[in-house]
Design a protein around this ligand. Structure first.
Ligand SMILES: NC(=O)c1ccc[n+]([C@@H]2O[C@H](COP(=O)([O-])OP(=O)(O)OC[C@H]3O[C@@H](n4cnc5c(N)ncnc54)[C@H](OP(=O)(O)O)[C@@H]3O)[C@@H](O)[C@H]2O)c1
Length: 254
């Protein structure tokens, strides 16, 4: 039985990923802070061909991550990990806050890095393993009301690119996942239009399928990802005008 560790698995995209992998017969180690939610996920998986095991931890605390990972590694080798835990806090510029930026960078970027640090020695020793990092299409370029989130996700994209170059020769398969809008408890808080939004189960299936291919970057949904991909390469003068026109008063995108 193959093993996978998924962070941010108590709800949203991570929960759908955990169930999708358990359905495929995987032994899924599911992590998040809320133990009760993880236990209910474990119960959900009883009649699936794989299993889900709750490993509660807080990725912002290195010690918590190390303790959780040691529990996993004492049982079985880890074949793959999807580092998905993260959050978005809206940052209207009139209430600019370094504290908010710090929260998002600490969770999204540094927290993910804690997870990599915990599993990498094990994977390097085996010269095998896949690590998929969940960033966002919002990390491509600066978007309105999104400076801290965008900075944290741009950091993750750069981190994944760099690790891909360093680790591919050592047998470790680094992947980058850039979702557009996915319906989850996180996006349920948004009051603005979210183009091409898809369900968390659909997003999980796309990720599961594409992690079996050789693509470094997995981005979706197709149309929205293509638009964001084109915007990424525009010269600044065009980019700023176009984004202002597209977002208008909404001034946001995830
Ligand atoms: N939804 C979208 O449209 C969208 C688009 C692009 C990218 N993304 C990215 O996809 C990922 C999942 O998003 P989502 O929409 O599913 O979010 P969500 O519904 O808010 O779920 C976030 C998950 O992360 C966990 N988490 C939060 N802080 C944590 C911590 N300190 N330690 C461990 N786990 C923690 C949460 O569980 P606990 O609260 O129990 O810890 C929860 O399971 C995020 O990285 C997000 O940035 C989402």
């Amino acid at each position: 039985m193959q093993t996978i560790w998924i962070t941010g698995a108590s709800q949203g995209l991570g929960k759908s990923l955990a169930l999708a992998y358990a359905q495929q017969g995987y032994r899924v180690y599911a992590s998040a802070r809320h133990e009760a939610r993880l236990n209910s996920l474990v119960n959900h998986a009883y009649d699936l061909s794989g299993e889900i095991i709750a490993i509660p931890l807080d990725i912002t605390e290195q010690e918590s991550v190390t303790t959780g990972i040691n529990k996993i590694l004492h049982q079985y080798p880890l074949d793959r990990a999807i580092l998905n835990a993260g959050t978005y806090l809206r940052q209207p510029v009139t209430h600019y806050s370094s504290t908010q930026l710090q929260q998002m960078v600490t969770l999204n970027l540094v927290g993910t890095s804690h997870c990599i640090e915990a599993i990498l020695p094990h994977m390097l020793a085996r010269q095998a393993g896949q690590i998929a990092i969940v960033a966002s299409l919002a990390g491509y370029r600066g978007l309105p009301s999104s400076s801290g989130y965008g900075a944290s996700k741009a950091g993750l994209i750069n981190l994944a690119e760099s690790l891909k170059l360093d680790l591919a020769p050592l047998g470790i398969d680094i992947r980058l996942i850039n979702p557009g809008f996915v319906k989850t408890p996180l996006t349920d808080r948004n009051e603005f239009a979210m183009p091409d939004i898809i369900s968390a189960d659909t997003a999980a299936q796309i990720i599961l399928d594409r992690l079996e291919t050789n693509s470094f970057e997995i981005r979706f949904p197709t149309r929205f990802a293509k638009i964001m991909g084109m915007l990424r390469h525009l010269p600044y003068s065009f980019y700023f005008n176009l984004v202002r026109r597209i977002t208008g008063d909404q001034h946001e995108s995830k």
